[in-house]
Design a protein. Sequence first.
Length: 115
Amino acid sequence: VQLQASGGGLAQAGGSLRLSCLASGIIFTANTMGWYRQAPGKQRELVATISSARVTYYADSVKGRFAVFRDNAKSTVYLQMNRLKPEDTAVYYCKTTTITGENYWGKGAQVTVSS
């Protein structure tokens, strides 16, 4: 299983970034996909998830600003991040959960938001 995240970088407060996570080695259409983040000195936290039925869930801190969506034909999940804030600065990780409950993580993508 491989999860390859891309799209991180530097943005100004109020700006936007889009993260992508390309998955391989899994039955992408059957899996729940999620984005998590970890800021320096903090625990990793859930940002957003999208199920195989495209049901989405968002952390309160990103509701109304971030959107998670998936392209099953490309085995890719995206995280569109709008109205970014400095507190969104973190390493963002992609995770997949199989129908049997196994979890796989990708390498992180750094997102830095300047004020």
